[in-house]
Design a protein around this ligand. Structure first.
Ligand code: ATP
Length: 609
């Protein structure tokens, strides 16, 4: 009986495959490695366009998956599609995100090793969707006992909560993740999912207090106001109208027709109940969320001695109530000084498949401290790719004595060092400028950079550039020649954003809070540590290095997501925008290396015949 069912399944798969193979033959190449003009970016774009026009959004470069956001439902994520890819050799079926997921799963089961799938691309390119599809794939295709379904649901349903707290409307994407997300799914020796972890990285904290024109704060604030029950809002001292809150209205788009905060609130509330948040947990959590809104509305004034005062204590009373702290202590702490910062994570090993959904290179008209951090993160991830893929591939050919042309690829370690090297790198120089006594400014920081890294081949400023380059760099700016291209950063705000000081008084007050969540975040023991807390840049660097430690021990798979146009339109393929992404995703470079591997395989196969 079982084998008959299996036969039918196999037949079904074969028919699908044959159909797909014919379709794929007609539409460009399904693997860029097969491109004759593989060094030509135009040929690359042509192939991508041809396939995209036929709704074939996936193409391989060897085992790396290139995905173009279709901005429409294509009907390619059905359960029968999942079954089609289940247990089938990677290259036998047309490229698909399910093939990547299935391949990692099968390798993990057979070799009992750990894997990660790195999903990168710029905002709106489809990273989060891709990671959701992979999770759904595992949820449907992995052997599952009833009790484990609860764990599965938790993993899938925690997503709306993560998105509510970590995503926001930006100019590029209505639901843009403003943090890096690492999720791993643990499997036992039979390949049954037994648990998982979610770690969020590098959240864009500055968004809480400031949003650019056309952008919003994190969704949860708006969802709470739009959908929260009357009693809850009354308890929190909140009004429904987001315009009343400074932290929600700076971008002038608190209410957006494309976003339904009220409906989203329902989804998030439901998710909270599935992941076992009690009413007491929610009370504490929303107490903190509401306090942020009240904090934003506090009016500070200067007294006769030039000191900060808060004449209207209305908001203070609410915050004190919600956080369970003494109003006088809070008032004092908000107008006086001291410092702090925090934590990392740790977890036990099993065989796991990790999913890392992380923002790609950001290159805007004006790039600030946030873009500097994000792009540094991308340099480090590229380093990992070089270490793990390119170098390994070359080493293998050399070891086996296979004839091949060495590929010249750029090793971006030099740029990583420029940013992160102790005492010498940009982050250290910035930290020094933040710490040193005397009047440090963003401009003095720029001057320090010129003095200390001015000779570096990947660093430029207006002063250092020749007469030609000078025009394109402003007085307050420096330019980094990243592995994927140049990005000009404006130093304005670097010092302030790097400092992230949480004054000691304030921390002491929060340690005594009756709000359980807050008390967990501000540990008394940490107050005893009199050392200066790390700066934001250093926190970022440390967090990144712990992320890389997690990744380095695992076998990698890569998904590179591309956004086809800026208007979120289906069927619109903007060549210019796509070329930009091909460049910043390093795809041509990757193809060159893969192609060398492919040339070898072809030679080898021929030899075998
Ligand atoms: N495979 C897909 N099929 C259909 N629509 C998609 C697909 N991938 C993405 N989209 C559409 O594009 C939108 C943006 O995608 P997504 O949120 O995954 O981007 P992202 O790369 O995670 O962006 P950010 O970095 O800003 O979070 C989605 O809300 C969805 O409407």
């Amino acid at each position: 009986m079982e084998s008959k069912k299996e036969d039918v399944r196999r037949k079904h798969i074969r028919l699908h495959m044959e159909g797909a193979l014919t379709a794929r033959d007609k539409v460009g190449v399904q693997d860029f490695v097969l491109l004759d003009a593989y060094t030509s970016e135009s040929a690359f774009v042509d192939n991508l366009r041809k396939r995209f026009n036929e709704n074939l959004i996936y193409t391989y470069i060897g085992t790396l998956l290139v995905s173009v956001n279709p901005y429409q439902e294509l009907g390619i994520y059905t359960v029968s599609q999942m079954e089609l890819y289940q247990g089938v050799n990677f290259f036998e079926l047309p490229p698909h995100v399910y093939a990547i997921a299935d391949n990692a799963y099968r390798m993990m089961c057979s070799e009992l090793n750990n894997h990660f799938i790195l999903i990168s691309g710029e905002s709106g390119a489809g990273k989060t969707e891709a990671s959701k599809k992979i999770l759904q794939y595992f949820a449907v295709t992995c052997p599952m006992t009833q009790s484990l379904q609860i764990a599965r649901d938790r993993l899938l349903l925690s997503n709306p909560v993560l998105e509510a707290f970590g995503n926001a409307r930006t100019l590029r994407n209505d639901n843009s993740s403003r943090f890096g997300k690492y999720m791993d799914i643990q499997f036992d020796f039979q390949g049954i999912p037994v648990g998982g972890h979610i770690i969020s990285y590098l959240i864009e904290k500055s968004r809480v207090v400031y949003q650019n024109q056309g952008e919003r704060n994190f969704h949860i604030f708006y969802q709470l106001l739009a959908g929260g029950e009357e009693e809850r809002l009354a308890f929190l001292g909140l009004e429904r109208d987001p315009q009343l809150y400074k932290y929600l209205s700076q971008g002038h788009c608190a209410k957006e027709s494309s976003i339904n905060d009220k409906n989203d609130w329902k989804t998030v509330s439901n998710a909270f109940s599935v992941i076992d948040f009690t009413e007491a947990d929610l009370e504490n959590l929303f107490g903190i969320i509401a306090s942020v809104l009240h904090l934003g509305n506090i009016g500070f004034e200067e007294d006769d001695q030039g000191c900060a005062t808060i004449p209207d204590t209305h908001e203070i009373k609410w915050i004190a109530k919600l956080l369970g702290v003494h109003p006088a202590d809070l008032l004092e702490a908000l107008t006086h000084r001291k410092i702090e910062a925090k934590t990392e994570e740790d977890f036990t090993r099993k065989t796991v498949i990790g999913l890392l959904d992380i923002y790609g290179f950001e290159v805007f008209d004006k790039n600030g401290f946030e873009q500097f951090c994000i792009n540094y993160c991308n340099e480090k991830l590229q380093q990992l790719l070089i270490e793990r893929t390119l170098k390994a591939e070359q080493a293998e050919y050399e070891m086996e004595g296979i004839e091949w042309e060495p590929i010249k690829y750029f090793n971006n370690k030099i740029i990583c060092d420029l940013v992160e090297e102790r005492h010498k790198g940009i982050i250290s120089i910035l930290d020094e400028e933040c710490i040193r006594p005397g009047p440090a400014t963003d401009l003095s920081f720029l001057e320090k950079l010129e003095e200390k890294v001015g000779k570096h081949a990947h660093f430029e400023t207006r002063k250092l550039a020749g007469p030609k380059g000078r025009k394109k760099i402003g007085w307050m700016e420096f330019r980094l020649l990243h592995y994927a291209g140049e990005v000009t950063y404006c130093t304005k705000g670097f010092l302030e954003k790097n400092n992230d000081l949480l004054y000691r008084h304030l921390k002491e007050v929060l340690c005594k809070s009756k709000n359980v969540i807050l008390r967990e975040c501000f540990l008394r023991a940490e107050l005893e540590n009199r050392r200066r807390p790390p700066t934001v840049g250093t926190q970022f660097k440390n967090s990144l290095s712990s992320l890389l430690e997690i990744l380095i021990s695992k076998e990698p798979s890569y998904i590179r997501c591309i956004k086809p146009n800026d208007r979120k339109e289906p069927s619109k393929f903007d060549d210019f925008l796509i070329r930009h992404q091909i460049k910043y995703l390093g795809l041509m470079e990757h193809l060159r290396v893969r192609r060398a591997g492919f040339a070898y395989r072809r030679k080898y196969e021929h030899f075998l015949q």
